[in-house]
Design a protein around this ligand. Structure first.
Ligand code: SF4
Length: 370
């Protein structure tokens, strides 16, 4: 696997020879894009922060991997954490950061000591003076949102805010800040050091109704069937979920690119694939996902706070065979309102799975309604 290659911290030495502008150029030329879901060009983001005149600048490594079915960042932390730390130190050198933070998912607390030791080891080897602070989150899904992470690190309640201004201009403590996903930082040393680094290779988290769940490294654009077959499903596959926020669609021959998946009203996001076979009910899936969002809504805005709760009530009624067919219209309407009127990405994507399920698998809902 490309992500398991060792650099022995030689990428940091090469970055120092290239200089900050050289680092930005190589990341742009090699085409590294963010691996957290938005696919924003990394070199461009770093360049924006590099150009800011402020003396204080920050770096945040988003390791708050809370999306259901996603475990690729944990895979890197367990198997090649040196890459992540080297990537952060290169970023700190490039923008002359005051301080860097790793915001670790609360459930990954057991990795804390290991990461602290790796920070010490990589800093000693590179002789970098940059400060890296490790913060263990308290388990809120919303803290995966970049503005909520900033609030949480600042000691405030982990709630998102409207953008713009973007963190590259007004980030942590109001200063220019680079926020990148952990897999993105891990790819920085590889992109800088190796001529044969492949920008298309990425990590997929595969789980659900498969006998071999796990992390698979494949090019973006891989055929969905090829990926799912690697997981050896036992029964006929009916649907796939792209985590929770990416929505769901019927199992098909689609090539996994952002454009193709968007065409099905889904999002590829962090490359999470949850497989659902014919033995499982889409109504049960929809209810489980709705429970997740009802619990994780931070409560700041009304459509998401009230809408996710009401949606869960209706879905539970459907599961108990106590709903009427007209309730499906209410469900659809509520899901659209939550999507259109919520403040942040959580609310705006919380009902996509349901809208897709009602479109592609409506019969399963109708069969449970009076
Ligand atoms: S959309 Fe939901 S998670 Fe986002 S601010 Fe509103 S209540 Fe909070």
């Amino acid at each position: 696997m490309q992500i398991l290659r060792k650099t022995d911290q030689k990428a940091y030495a090469k970055a120092k020879k290239l200089g900050p502008k050289g680092v930005v150029k190589i990341l742009k030329d090699k085409g590294l894009t963010g691996r957290g879901g938005a696919s924003f060009p990394t070199g461009l983001k770093w360049e924006m922060v590099l150009k800011e005149k402020e003396k204080e600048k920050y770096i945040i490594c988003n390791a708050d991997e809370g999306e259901p079915g996603t475990f690729k960042d944990k895979f890197i932390l367990v198997n090649n954490p040196e890459l992540v730390i080297e990537g952060i130190l290169i970023a700190a050198y490039t923008i002359k950061a005051t301080r860097a933070y790793i915001y670790l998912r609360g459930e990954y607390e057991y990795l804390e000591n290991k990461i602290r030791n790796v920070i010490k080891k990589v800093k000693a080897k590179t002789k970098s003076k940059a400060n890296i602070e490790l913060i263990v989150g308290q388990g809120a899904y919303i803290c995966g949102d970049e503005t909520a992470i900033i609030a949480s690190i600042e000691g405030k309640r982990g709630q998102p805010r409207k953008k713009p201004p973007f963190p590259t201009v007004h980030g942590l403590y109001g200063k220019p800040t680079i926020i990148n996903n952990l897999e993105t930082f891990a790819n920085v040393p590889l992109a800088i050091l190796f001529d044969d680094w492949d920008s298309k290779l990425t990590l997929f988290s595969l789980s659900g109704d498969v006998t071999k769940p796990g992390v698979y490294e494949l090019p973006v654009g891989t055929n969905l069937r090829k990926l799912v077959e690697l997981g050896k499903p036992k029964h006929k596959v009916k649907a796939v979920y792209f985590g929770c926020f990416g929505g769901c669609m019927p199992y098909s021959n689609i090539n996994l690119t952002n454009e193709n998946v968007c065409g099905k009203d889904c999002m590829l996001g962090a490359h999470t694939i949850i497989v659902v076979d014919e033995k499982h009910s889409i109504v049960d899936m929809a209810t489980n996902v709705a429970k997740f969002y009802e619990f994780e809504s931070c409560g700041k805005c009304t459509p998401c706070r009230e809408g996710t709760m009401r949606i869960l009530n209706i879905l539970e009624n459907i599961s108990l065979l106590e709903a009427r067919k007209r309730d499906l219209e209410t469900l659809q309407e509520l899901a659209e309102v939550v999507k259109e009127t919520s403040l942040c990405g959580l609310g705006q994507t919380a009902t996509q799975h349901l809208l897709n399920a009602l479109k592609f698998f409506r019969k399963e809902f109708e069969e449970k309604c009076r």
